[in-house]
Design a binder for this molecule. Structure first.
Ligand code: GLC
Length: 556
């Protein structure tokens, strides 16, 4: 058996679910979600088929960037519970066979972090060199402010320090100096600490910025950033052989590939497919398969043990920064024409269901794509029930509203007074009265039931996770057809981006008379006369078809 077909590469067919403890479930009724509450609701994730939870930052924080501004890398924010409750949650998840990874945010700290407080207090401080200081903001330093509505420069003058410090993100998030070996040692300790408590890896925040050492030292002294990433990966594997690094790298494909490391994949285990995600939205806007099909054809294969991580939505703005200006405008026109829906001129602060006007056929088609395209699917909490955004909430937080469990007060998220809630709930047609877990659990036609079916079929179809992929040519611009092959098994998936039904002719190499194409998402099968089959798709329809040979027994 080839190494890649063994189950120890668990991330290859994982279903990752990202959540923020503070907005998931509030067990103690103070208005803020907590680990105790999360532990109570792990069952929901297990029953859905989730195999790995990605926790957004839960560390002590002044919370000026939703926890991505950390004051203690070794703690649990007291609003969310204690370290004991964190470990209890890990145990509950493990009991259900669910692995847990967490955000590793070590590009920067909060300016309230004791290291920064010490660093700014004096040039002699042992922590001074943990950050990046300059007497004058350099003209040749790194470029590009990440949050242009709030920040005008990457360098901020600190009165107490008498120098400028580097901050890639908000000015209250000074960048750590990873060129400093003491900082590297500390980051290694942070990793080791959480791995030993039971994490199965990390979602590594802002990887290219983390590795960036420009502005830190003179050019000749710069350590090789990729060597650092290799070191981190090696360290991870020494602690826990099954642990993964899932990296946030939003760069063109060839640049992103470098972060996987060499052909054995000795750096990041997985990288998010930001390009594929952006082209998916362009395909949706145009009702044509081509933009996404081109991305899939262009996308390099990751190292054998690595994988792309695919997603429809994450916790940030839906970035469209890698589309051309005109393409981005097409997506804005289709899904977020109002300025209030856009952010930083590059993205949308909406979730999918509202962008698609709640059209369930179309929403179902998008998630069918997510689970059938190559890569590990990553869901953002609430996607399984079709939650939308609340635009009255500022900036990126519009998509970080409390989970909608039921149509009870506060959507069943918390028993606190509404004004005490950590974030407002979605109002209107996508609010908890209409969109919630409880009602969808009982409804076989709900999005949640669809999501469960997709996950079950995805986990039952090793071809999708492990197989060789090919985008097929079909005689309809609105249809994306692809096949995945593994160990003699073949699954073909078809997706119709348009709101009219369509019939396509599929020509499949290897099909023989007598073979059948068995539907995996519905009842039924199509006999194959010769190498050609006609397949019908409803408006925004999708089908997954397994090739079943004569005499072969297929358990649906
Ligand atoms: C990443 C996160 C984002 C955060 C930023 C700073 O881009 O996804 O939410 O604000 O890093 O840590």
């Amino acid at each position: 058996m080839r190494r890649s077909t063994t189950a120890d590469l668990w991330w290859k067919n994982a279903v990752i679910y990202c959540l923020d403890v503070e907005t998931f479930f509030d067990a103690n009724g103070d208005g803020c979600g907590d680990f105790h509450g999360l532990a109570e609701r792990v069952g929901h994730l297990d029953e859905m088929g989730v195999t790995c939870i990605w926790l957004m930052p839960f560390y002590p924080t002044p919370d000026r960037d939703d926890g991505y501004d950390i004051t203690d890398f070794y703690g649990v924010d007291s609003r969310l519970g204690s370290s004991g409750e964190f470990v209890e949650f890990l145990r509950v998840a493990r009991d259900r066979g669910i692995r847990v990874i967490a955000d590793l945010v070590v590009n920067h700290t909060s300016n309230q972090h004791p290291w920064f407080q010490s660093a700014r207090s004096s040039r002699e401080s042992p922590h001074r060199d943990w950050y990046v200081w300059r007497d004058e903001p350099p003209t040749d330093g790194p470029e590009g402010v990440v949050f242009p509505d709030q920040e005008k420069s990457l360098w901020e003058y600190d009165e107490e320090a008498g120098q400028y410090y580097l901050h890639r993100f908000y000015k209250h998030q000074p960048d750590l100096n990873v060129a400093n070996p003491a900082v590297r040692d500390e980051i290694a300790r942070v990793l080791g600490y959480w791995l030993h408590l039971g994490l199965s890896g990390f979602r590594v925040d802002a990887v290219p910025f983390l590795l960036e050492t420009e502005g830190a030292l003179d050019a000749e002294e710069l350590p090789d950033p990729h060597e650092y990433l290799r070191d981190l990966r090696a360290l991870l594997s020494r602690h826990n052989g099954e642990a993964v690094l899932l990296g946030e790298v939003n760069l063109p494909y060839p640049d992103t590939m470098r972060f996987f490391g060499d052909e054995d994949g000795d750096e990041l285990t997985m990288c998010f497919d930001f390009i594929g995600m952006q082209r998916l939205y362009l395909s949706l806007a145009r009702k044509q398969a081509a933009p996404l099909a081109e991305a899939l054809r262009e996308r390099p294969a990751p190292p054998e043990d690595g994988h792309w991580a695919t997603f429809v939505r994450n916790h940030d703005e839906l970035t469209l920064d890698k589309l051309s200006k005109e393409e981005r405008q097409e997506v804005f026109d289709a899904f977020g024409p109002d300025k209030s829906m856009q952010l930083y001129d590059r993205g949308l602060r909406r979730r999918l269901p509202s962008m698609l006007d709640g059209d369930l056929d179309r929403i179902r088609m998008v998630y069918s794509l997510l689970f059938s395209l190559p890569g590990t699917p990553v869901l953002f909490y609430g996607e399984e029930i079709g939650m939308s955004e609340e635009l009255s909430v500022e900036g990126r937080n519009a998509v970080r509203t409390p989970m909608q469990w039921s149509d009870d007060d506060n959507g069943g998220f918390s028993k606190a007074d509404p004004e005490k809630l950590v974030a407002p709930l979605v109002r209107g047609e996508f609010g908890p009265a209409e969109v919630n877990v409880v009602s969808q659990l009982r409804d076989p036609a709900s999005l949640l039931s669809w999501m469960k079916l997709l996950i079950r079929r995805y986990r039952q179809s090793p071809e999708l996770a492990w197989g060789r992929y090919e985008v097929l040519s079909v005689d309809a611009d609105q249809v994306l057809a692809h096949r995945a092959d593994q160990d003699g098994g073949t699954v073909v998936a078809l997706h119709n981006f348009a709101d009219e039904p369509v019939e396509v002719t599929l020509r499949l190499d290897g099909l023989e008379p007598g073979d059948k194409l068995v539907d995996l998402l519905a009842d039924g099968s199509t006999p194959v006369a010769d190498g050609e089959v006609k397949v019908g798709l409803d408006r925004y329809g999708c089908r997954w078809l397994r090739v079943v040979k004569p005499g072969e027994v297929f358990l649906p």
